[in-house]
Design a binder for this molecule. Structure first.
Ligand code: HEM
Length: 214
């Protein structure tokens, strides 16, 4: 950030730098971290998925370039499927600028309406076996912005989406190729922990823990 320049050649001011760092921390840290823990949880509950992903990562060689990781289709599918089932931001809000009728329900200008990302992502008309973690679905077809919207949509779509996608893939690949993890016994079986509000996101009700394997 310090080395970037505006179009007129000037450097970032201390105020702008502080605001950028605040945005990164407030909007960009917990969202991505929560997605990462859900990805690790799901992968360690689905050995076949983990094995397929590890196979793809090993084919990318040791210490692959981050740009190469971004091209791996199964890694991409795993990250998308994680954001489908566990969207860290559960609702996308809009304030209406005009009157609007939603399926017969009249709404007035100034009202706030929200789109439940979770309901959108589990609509059985779009997602067969919606509760199942199956990254392959993202290799089989492409989903449109009205079907898959973990980063919201339109001109207020998350400005950090590209960075979040990048971070998620690099961190997940690095963790999986550096250590062997095992879900702590209480998480290895049984129901998936509930998601509850954490500051501006939702995440697992209790910290999901892993043991590092020798
Ligand atoms: C997996 C990670 C992330 C998820 C799931 C996520 C999700 C979202 C969602 C759903 C919105 C609302 C979009 C809308 O109203 O249509 C949003 C907005 C926003 N996000 Fe993210 N986000 C993530 C990471 C990040 C990162 C890394 C940054 C910054 C570095 C960031 C910065 C922002 C900002 C500034 C907004 C407000 C945009 C606006 O109102 O114009 N987010 N995010």
């Amino acid at each position: 950030m310090l080395s970037t320049r505006y179009e007129d050649g000037s450097a970032i001011t201390a105020t702008d730098l502080r605001e950028q760092l605040r945005t990164l921390l407030v909007a960009g840290h917990e969202t991505t971290a929560t997605a990462l823990v859900w990805a690790l949880y799901r992968l360690h509950r689905e050995p076949a998925v983990l094995e397929r992903l590890l196979g793809e990562l090993s084919s990318a060689g040791t210490d692959p370039d981050p740009a190469e990781l971004m091209k791996l289709p199964y890694l991409d599918a795993v990250c998308q499927e994680t954001l489908r089932l566990h969207p860290p931001v559960p609702i996308v809000l809009r304030r209406l600028t005009g009157d609007f009728t939603l399926r017969g329900a009249p709404l007035a200008a100034g009202d706030t309406m929200g789109i439940s990302v979770h309901l959108l992502h589990t609509d059985p008309a779009v997602w067969p076996e919606p509760r199942r973690f199956r990254p392959e679905r993202f290799l089989e077809r492409r989903y449109g912005p009205f079907e898959f919207a973990p980063f919201g949509g339109g001109h207020r779509r998350c400005v950090g989406a590209a960075l979040a996608d990048y971070e998620l893939r690099i961190v997940l690949a690095t963790v999986l190729t550096s250590v062997r993890l095992r879900l702590a016994p209480r998480f290895a079986h049984g129901p998936t922990p509930l998601s509850v509000p954490h500051t501006i996101t939702v995440g697992p009700r209790t910290a999901i823990t892993f043991d590092v394997q020798p």
